[in-house]
Structures are given as structure tokens and as C-alpha cells.
Write a protein that binds this ligand. Structure first.
Ligand code: IPM
Ligand code: MN
Length: 357
């Protein structure tokens, strides 16, 4: 029987509740396809701060690096909001991303067929949207040096970060984007701010060089401000969006609203030592512990883990199809509930999806 070792990070807020449902779904897959999944549950974020005094420990990182894939949920909450930047829950997330060095963050933006009327955009604008955002995840302004807040001799305080990319960092993420585009509609929109930023000039040059190896893919460049506008004006013009760390972060939140719920979208970080899989949404502390959180993003994230982390394509499809069918049947957690739907809680949503599998 094929065996896989999976690191599990339930994290904070709604994390543990939605992770529980994702693991139930995985166990259903294990049974149906005769696999064995072994789990290493480890701390990250606020719960790690409470237990070990920091958002992630060296032991945790070592454990993750020894497994086949990392399934992550969410971190953060008000309790830890006033800690210094490098002690906050988010710092743990950035540290594990860096340690794994999964530089390619794949964020598919798809409208679930049953939910076309849920978006704040008109149904005809979003119909059939199928976009993949390929976001650089381990460099750019998130990690660039120098950074900090200092007091200048004249008493003025200055805060600064550095948006920097080396050519090979741009090259490797561009290659991932082009190879995704080749398997799709063969179109890339590369995002930058080349009218202002030097780093964007290099970004454009390197992406153009990589393009020479993928002549069948059409490449466009777009300034990030224009892209933000085009995403709500006419999102179906996009196939693969290639972006650096912060531009990809911002555009993926925007793009998620095309689909109507941030609570539905998965992501994968690949190219590193271990694949890391996380929902796009956060820890939603305001609804934690009430059993009303939507587990769909965590469950489809688990499907992405099976596909890109463990090479189990049929199993991934089984989960995604079950989610589609469950939504078609009208099951909804409160965040996506409308009149006429069947309102369910976190666990019942898990039940309904497992039933479909
Ligand atoms: C995301 C999140 C993170 C990011 C935060 C929590 C550090 O917004 O995964 O998009 O900015 O990358
Ligand atoms: Mn984000």
C-alpha cells in the first residue's frame, strides 16, 4: 500500500476546525484508493508563540523538511497583533516558506459552477473564468534587504523595505508560469511597475528572455495598477498571471472576489524541498470556534496537495468533483448562504463532501 508522510499545520483561528474536515476527506480518499497517509501535526503561528515563545521552531522546520508535503491552514489573531514584526504569527509562515524555498505559488482562480451568482460582479462578466496566478513567493519586497525602521540623526524616523530580484529568481518563476501556460490557453500576462521601478525593468528583460524558449505562448506585460482594474473590468482576458511576491499577493485577493468567496480558494507552493499547500484565506478569528467556518478552501487545497505534492491526480479530481457536486446540491456554510440553499455548519459541509466521494 503506498504510504505518504504529511506535515499538518492547523495553526490559529478557524485553522484547526477546517483542517479537521480536510483530514477526514483525506482519510476517505485513503480508504477509497488504498493509500496510507501518516500525519505529523506541528505548531505554527500564534499557537507556537503560546507554547514555545516563537512563531515557529527549528524542530518544526526539521520535521516538515523530513515529510513528503506540508498541509497548512492559517495563522494569526488579535492576541498576537502587537508583537514585534519578527515575532508575529505571520513571521512563522514566512520562515517556513523560506525554509522550504517553494518559490512558485500557484493560485488558481476558478468560479465554482454552482456559485456564478455569488460574485459581486455580474454573472456575464465572470462566467467561465479560469485564471492561474503564478506568484513568486520567497523573494521580492517580503525578504529584500536592507529593511527596518530607524531614527535618523535629525530625529526623523524612517521605515524601509527593499524590492529586489536576482535574475535567476525571475527566470525560475517565469519558467513555471510558461510551462503552466503551455498546458492551458497559452497566454501569460506578466505584472510589473516598469514605468517606475528599476527592479521591474530587470523583471521584464528576464521574462522576455525566458519567453524565447516558449514561442507557442503569447506574452503581454501589464502594469500592476492597470491589472487591478482589468481584473474587475474583463477578467476573462487572463489565462496565466505571472507576478512578483507583493503584486501577486494583492492581485490574488482581488481575483478571489471574482469567484465570490475568498473562503473557497486553494494554493500551492512548489519548486522547493517539500510542496506546501495553503488556502488563500486567513485565520478569521472573528468566527473561530463557532463551527461555521467554510472548510472548502482547505479541502480543495488538500486536492492540490494530492495533485502537485504527491502526484495523485485521480484522487485530487475526486475531491474537486465532490466539492462541485456538494455545492450544486445547495449545501452552504453561512458565508456563502443564500435563500433556497441548505445551510450547514463546518462539519456537515465535510460530511456532505465525504458522502459525494
Ligand atoms: C497570503 C497572506 C500572507 C502573504 C500573509 C499572511 C503573510 O496574505 O498568503 O497571501 O502576504 O503572503
Ligand atoms: Mn495575501
Amino acid at each position: 500500500m503506498p504510504e505518504f508522510n504529511i506535515s499538518v499545520m492547523p495553526g490559529d483561528g478557524i485553522g484547526p476546525e477546517i483542517m479537521e474536515q480536510a483530514l477526514r476527506v483525506l482519510e476517505k480518499i485513503a480508504k477509497k484508493y488504498s493509500h496510507k497517509f501518516n500525519y505529523e501535526t506541528v505548531y505554527i503561528g500564534g499557537c507556537s508563540i503560546d507554547k514555545f515563545g516563537k512563531p515557529i521552531t527549528a524542530d518544526t522546520i526539521a520535521t516538515v523538511l523530513s515529510t513528503d508535503a506540508l498541509l497548512f491552514s492559517a495563522v494569526g489573531g488579535e492576541k498576537w497583533d502587537n508583537l514585534p514584526q519578527n515575532m508575529r504569527p505571520e513571521a512563522g509562515l514566512l520562515e517556513i516558506r523560506k525554509a522550504i524555498s517553494g518559490y512558485a505559488n500557484i493560485r488558481p482562480i476558478k468560479v465554482f459552477p454552482a456559485m456564478e451568482t455569488f460574485s459581486t460582479l455580474k454573472a456575464e462578466v465572470i462566467s467561465g473564468i479560469d485564471i492561474v496566478i503564478v506568484r513568486e513567493l520567497v523573494s521580492g519586497i517580503y525578504f529584500g534587504e536592507p529593511r527596518g525602521v530607524v531614527k535618523l540623526p535629525d530625529g526623523v524616523r524612517k521605515g524601509f523595505n527593499t524590492m529586489s530580484y536576482k535574475d535567476y529568481e525571475i527566470e525560475r518563476i517565469a519558467k513555471v508560469a510558461f510551462s503552466f501556460a503551455q498546458k492551458r490557453r497559452k497566454k501569460i500576462t506578466s505584472i510589473d511597475k516598469a514605468n517606475v521601478l528599476d527592479v521591474s525593468t530587470l523583471w521584464r528583460d528576464v521574462v522576455s528572455e525566458v519567453h524565447k524558449d516558449y514561442p507557442d505562448v503569447a506574452l503581454d506585460f501589464m502594469y500592476v495598477d492597470n491589472a487591478a482594474m482589468q481584473l474587475v473590468r474583463n477578467p476573462s482576458q487572463f489565462d496565466v498571471i505571472l507576478a512578483g511576491n507583493i503584486f501577486g499577493d494583492i492581485l490574488s485577493d482581488e481575483a478571489s472576489m471574482i469567484t465570490g468567496s475568498l473562503g473557497m480558494l486553494p494554493s500551492a507552493a512548489i519548486g522547493g524541498n517539500v510542496g506546501m499547500f495553503e488556502p488563500v484565506h486567513g485565520s478569521a478569528p472573528d468566527i473561530a470556534g463557532k463551527a461555521i467556518a467554510n472548510p472548502v478552501a482547505q479541502i480543495v487545497t488538500t486536492a492540490m496537495m494530492l495533485r502537485y505534492g504527491l502526484g495523485l491526480e485521480a484522487e485530487a479530481n475526486a475531491i474537486e468533483n465532490a466539492v462541485d457536486k456538494t455545492l450544486e446540491k445547495g449545501y452552504r456554510t453561512p458565508d456563502i448562504f443564500k435563500n433556497g440553499n441548505k445551510k450547514v455548519d463546518t462539519i456537515q459541509m465535510g460530511d456532505a463532501i465525504i458522502e459525494e466521494i
